[in-house]
Ligand binder design. Structure first.
Ligand SMILES: Nc1nc2c(ncn2[C@@H]2O[C@H](COP(=O)(O)OP(=O)(O)OP(=O)(O)O)[C@@H](O)[C@H]2O)c(=O)[nH]1
Length: 359
């Protein structure tokens, strides 16, 4: 299996689009890759050391399994030396044989009773590498197997002292399982809050410039892969300063919020609306050619002109000027695309505002 490399742009920090909704996935990937590589080094070191010890005491099958696991960890270290897109698959490719070797060591008849402390590591490693949901299931499966092995060993030996010792290990594993779960839940919540703060505009709730840049990386990758068009519409409210000057900044904010809602309600599920700053907004329209984007922009311009906000009995209406551009070369980045849309927008401003310019 040849690993897919992450592009220079950080495409595995992905964003799914949907009416301004920015759902961010696998944001922990860089951190998990570092943890995975640290564990691979540890596996190699501990595997070789433990294999030497087991060889000296004559546990040859366990020593062979440990050497095999250390060799496999070397291969995974090589594969993950750079960022990979399908990191989760490589994490599972490490964790499944690692935990299976651990289960084999627990089950092996001549193994030391202290080998039973190793499964305690499973919840910590699983949650660190796989996150809350997959980590939970992975831990449940492997701790259940470990428990079954413990049970089997107790009934086989009938050693009551072993029952007390194993009960300690099981209780300790259960506590670590619970703590790992609680830690991962709070970590995920904190990460979501931080990412929302970094990627969303606090006034309108739409994604900001950074959020748009992140979503663009993914959309451009899809457009290139499937040969589909991608259009951008840049929108600037006309004479917005007059709204602020006449009704106050607070009313200006309300107008901006209403405007953002108008954009969102006019768009398709797959489109993304962003506030780039001030009274400047942008739309990203995946699988949309420039002609269709122009029609969408016209529909939007019409909806903006028709809508109005109320302030102390005053009816506040705004108009907007829109510039449209389409991704048209392999080298096109967000900046060049926005610059093209911006030039058209300013043509529209110079020509009298309240219009769409697409070419
Ligand atoms: N209420 C409010 N006003 C903002 C915000 N950000 C920027 N503005 C105002 O938006 C106005 C933008 O003014 P200009 O850049 O002169 O543009 P304009 O009046 O819309 O004129 P044209 O773009 O040329 O049609 C300024 O008065 C800014 O203070 C905001 O978050 N809230």
């Amino acid at each position: 299996m040849i690993p897919r490399r992450a592009a220079d742009d950080d495409t595995f920090r992905t964003a799914s689009l949907g009416k301004g909704d920015l759902t961010l996935l696998s944001s922990s990937a860089p951190h998990r890759r570092i943890v995975l590589r640290a564990l691979l080094w540890l596996t190699i070191g501990c595997g070789v050391f433990s294999a030497c010890v087991n060889t000296t005491v004559g546990n040859y099958p366990v020593a062979v399994a440990e050497i095999a696991m250390a060799g496999y960890a070397c291969m995974l270290l090589y594969v993950t030396r750079e960022r990979v897109l399908d990191l989760n698959r490589w994490i599972l490719a490490y964790l499944i044989p690692f935990c299976t070797t651990m289960m084999f060591a627990c089950w092996y008849r001549r193994a030391e009773p202290t080998v039973f402390v190793w499964p305690i590591l499973i919840p910590v490693i699983s949650y660190l590498l796989l996150g809350r949901r997959t980590g939970f299931w992975f831990t449940t499966i492997f701790l259940s197997i470990a428990l079954a092995i413990f049970g089997f060993k107790i009934t086989e030996t009938g050693d009551l002292y072993a029952v007390a010792a194993i009960a300690n290990v099981v209780l300790c594993a259960a506590c670590i399982f619970g703590l790992s779960h609680a830690y991962e839940v709070t970590r995920e919540q904190a990460e979501d809050r931080l990412r929302a703060l970094a990627l969303r505009d606090p006034l309108t709730g739409q994604c900001n410039r950074a959020g748009m840049a992140e979503a663009f990386q993914r959309q451009r990758a899809q457009a290139r892969r499937y040969g589909t068009p991608l259009a951008i519409v840049l929108i600037d409210l006309d004479h917005f300063k007059q709204v602020n000057d006449r009704y106050g900044h607070e009313t200006g904010d309300k107008v901006l919020i209403a405007f953002a809602e108008c954009l969102t309600s006019t768009l398709r599920e797959s489109d993304l609306a962003c506030r780039l700053g001030g009274e400047e907004f942008a739309l990203m329209l995946p699988r949309t050619e420039i002609k269709e984007a122009q029609r969408t922009a016209e529909r939007l311009r019409h909806a903006i002109a028709q809508a109005h906000s109320e302030h102390n009995g005053h009816r506040i209406s705004v108009t907007a000027t829109l510039g449209v551009a389409e991704l048209d070369s392999a080298k096109d980045d967000l900046q060049s695309l926005l610059a093209r849309a911006d030039r058209r927008l300013y043509q529209g401003k110079s020509a009298g505002r309240d219009r769409v310019v697409a070419a």
